[in-house]
Design a protein around this ligand. Structure first.
Ligand code: BEZ
Length: 341
């Protein structure tokens, strides 16, 4: 009998005819750490937070979030929220290359730029959606400004500084690999990279030929120099808001490969992520339960184990929700939700 092979399928469900993307408004503001550019879609909705996104290294808001935010089923969610997509300095389309010797902000300083964005827009609270470095930045922002963050979706977050072993490995890799290769190795698993799917070809091409590659390297260096977020089990340093923690099954450091996704679930599994996001928002009181699909209703009945982001993650099949939220938060039951996709 022929052997069954696992094939990675990227979900596709484009906007329906008549579902036109909303117009984008691009803004820049000056901050103590330089200027930051962000793009706003939609209009503020009364009594609702803005959705604020922060992208990973090697990407910008569009290459990181467009497949998710333009996914067909996502429209019924995002039409209820104004969206603010922040580009890390020098990552916005057409960004000039920073001069030699430019001191790029640390991840903590990038987090400290966010209040300037919210002040400019006159927005008081957000639901943050961050990937990799962006997830770290939004977590730091939430730790510093807990009253302004209603919820966080953290995709592939690594809350810890590099240990000496990581540094040694990083230095060794740096001897033989180019910056684009190292960043691709951060975004995707080796299995995905050697599979060289259309998606990988597309992102390899974007990163290798990025006109702002020197800026990307500066963001990459800031990411590698991050300090510990210092979440402590039962300690004082905790996220106070509901958290949806997402791990791509093939995220480079994810050991237990489970289902059919990749290192960047917002690119490869927008449908699964949309459904989990809808469920997360419903838990926060922002989605009528009538909007829940049959699938997510049935998954609700099979919620399983607790999770934390301190490395002792207990893997659940697809979706788990925790009242014992470990190092992530110390709030009421149902505060933390882990999604593996
Ligand atoms: C949005 O509708 O928020 C969006 C559209 C295009 C790219 C990213 C986000």
């Amino acid at each position: 009998m022929a052997e069954l092979q696992e094939v990675q399928i990227t979900e596709e469900k484009p906007l329906l005819p008549g579902q036109t993307p909303e117009a984008a408004k691009i803004h820049s503001v000056e901050t103590p750490y330089g200027s930051v550019t962000f793009t706003v879609y939609g209009t503020p909705k009364p009594k609702r937070p803005a959705i604020l996104t922060y992208h990973d290294v090697g990407l910008n808001y569009k290459s990181c979030f467009q497949p998710l935010f333009q996914f067909g089923d996502m429209q019924e969610i995002i039409q209820n929220f104004v969206r603010v997509h922040v580009d890390a300095p020098g990552m916005e389309e057409g960004a000039p290359v920073f001069p030699l010797g430019y001191q790029y902000p640390s991840l903590d300083q990038l987090a400290d730029m966010i209040p300037c964005v919210l002040q400019y827009l006159n927005f008081s609270t957000v639901i943050g959606v961050g990937v990799g470095a962006g997830a770290y930045i939004l977590s730091r922002y939430a730790l510093n400004h807990p009253d302004t963050v209603e919820g966080l979706v953290l995709i592939n977050i690594d809350p810890n500084a590099k240990g000496w072993m990581d540094w040694a490995a990083h230095k060794l890799t740096g001897l033989t690999s180019s910056i684009p290769e190292m960043i691709l190795g951060h975004l995707f698993s080796q299995e995905e990279l050697s599979g060289n799917s259309e998606l990988i070809q597309k992102y390899r091409n974007i990163i290798t030929h990025a006109p702002n590659l020197d800026n990307i390297e500066l963001y990459w260096n800031s990411y590698n120099n991050r300090r510990d977020l210092n979440f402590e089990r039962g300690g004082d340093i905790t996220l106070k808001c509901p958290v949806m923690l997402v791990v791509g099954d093939q995220a480079p450091h994810e050991d237990a490969v489970m289902a059919d996704s990749g290192g960047q679930p917002q690119l490869t599994q927008p449908g699964k992520l949309t459904e989990a996001f809808k469920y997360f928002l419903q838990g926060m009181g922002y989605m009528a339960s009538s909007c829940m699909t049959r699938l997510s209703r049935s998954r609700t009945a099979s919620l399983t184990s607790a999770a934390s982001i301190d490395g002792n993650r207990s893997r659940s099949r697809t979706l788990s929700q925790s009242s014992e939220s470990g190092t992530l938060s110390s709030g009421p039951p149902g505060h933390t939700m882990e999604v593996s996709c």
